[in-house]
Design a protein around this ligand. Structure first.
Ligand SMILES: *Cc1c(COP(=O)(O)O)cnc(C)c1O
Length: 386
């Protein structure tokens, strides 16, 4: 296979050529229905004309001046984000892991405390701080020593969270729906308890919306659906519709702890990235877009729950909006292969969960076609013998 790339990714036998809307074309001319949206990034569909136009415009005006300059583009995007989230300060980075690094650093600095609490089966990124916050041993393997001060608490266990979040805790970081961990929705009572205990003990409440944000669950950010009140929110994947960009949003008063020289990243928030984000957020704010996501979501869950009743493989269908986990009794890799043969690309989340993350803008017709293929692939694969 590849001669010069590090083999960090287990690649398929498909070579990306181009993509449009909810369709991906490979170099051999095959077309696939996109049920993964670039791992939940291309929420508005590939080559969305307004985003292409915005980036193209900036492409010819200069890509990067550095953060020594004031950038109107950053101010405008930060205003849009603040209007949606109610969090008044924004720091721009280039990836989800970096947004979480910023959040962890800010939390320690602001509280003067060291301990970061996160949850088992969470995923927060691959750099040292975010990796340490990630509650999965397989992600840590071979990389010791990890930074100190990280504690993992079982997800969806409010009693345990109440015990482990203390007056030594700088911050709690949580996903409202664990993405990589298997599309596991947080229970309302659990997330409420974490929010409440963090507030009561003076720990910052960080919500990682890297995968759940930008309309994925039917609200701009999923914490809004739960009615949570985070101090810090991180967002990346869908923020630039596939353009590498991320943001950490925080409460106004936290700005005192992130003064000049305290944190930074060279390319963070450059005008090219901001053009992509600006256009993406305007589309997100389009009236009716999120209602359409909810309607498609209803259709998906209805179809898949029927399948769940029929199938001896599928045990549960869970998630929210267009972030869907089909939980199976057996490893899902053969089902995903069959889906590919039939023209749908999607991802697993863990060994036994099929994860569907179609573009939010997918047409009803294409969504139905894709769901037919998913159903067929599950039925045809059949039960594997233990
Ligand atoms: C993907 C993901 C990250 C990491 O984002 P990168 O851009 O890959 O660094 C962090 N948190 C969550 C919840 C994610 O899904």
């Amino acid at each position: 296979m590849s001669k010069h790339l590090f083999p960090t990714y287990k690649r398929w036998d498909l070579t990306f050529d181009s993509a449009h809307g909810s369709e991906i074309t490979t170099t051999d001319g095959r077309k696939f229905i996109d049920f993964m949206a670039g791992i939940g990034t291309v929420n508005m569909g590939h080559n969305h004309p307004e985003i292409v136009e915005a980036v193209e415009k900036q492409l010819h005006r200069g890509w990067h001046g550095s953060n020594f300059f004031q950038y109107d583009q950053q101010e405008q995007v930060a205003t849009l984000l603040a209007d949606v989230s109610g969090l008044d300060r924004v720091f721009f980075a280039n990836s989800g892991t970096e947004a979480n690094e910023a959040a962890i650093k800010l939390a320690r600095k602001a509280t003067g405390r060291e301990e970061i609490v996160s949850f088992t089966q969470s995923f927060h990124g691959r750099t040292y701080g975010s990796m340490a916050a990630t509650g999965q041993a397989k992600i840590h393997e071979g990389y010791a020593p990890l930074p100190a001060g990280f504690t993992y608490v079982p997800y969806n266990d409010p009693e345990q969270a109440e015990k482990e979040i203390t007056s030594d805790t700088a911050a709690v970081i949580v996903e409202t729906i664990q993405g990589e961990g298997g599309v596991v929705p947080g229970e309302q009572a659990f997330l409420d308890k974490v929010n409440e205990v963090a507030n009561a003990r003076g720990a910052l409440f960080i919500i990682d919306e890297v995968q759940t944000g930008i309309g994925r669950t039917g609200e701009p950010f999923s914490y809004q659906k739960y009615g949570l009140r985070p101090d810090i929110v991180t967002v990346a994947k869908g923020l630039g519709n596939g353009f590498p960009v991320a943001a950490m949003m925080g409460r106004e008063d936290l700005q005192t702890y992130f003064g000049p020289g305290s944190h930074g990243t060279t390319l963070g928030g450059n005008p090219l990235a901001m053009a992509a984000v600006h256009a993406t957020l305007e589309i997100l704010n389009t009236p009716g877009l999120l209602d359409a996501v909810e309607n498609k979501s209803k259709r998906v869950f209805h179809t898949l729950r029927n399948l769940c009743d029929d199938s001896d493989i599928v045990t549960e269908v869970r998630g929210a909006g267009l972030m869907i986990g089909i939980v199976c009794e057996q490893p899902v890799a053969p089902i995903l292969t069959k889906m590919q043969e039939k023209g749908v690309v999607a991802l697993p989340a863990g060994e036994k969960v099929i994860r569907l993350l179609p573009p939010l803008t997918i047409s009803e017709e294409r969504l139905a076609q894709g769901l037919d293929i998913v159903t067929e692939a599950i039925k045809e694969t059949g039960k594997t013998k233990a």
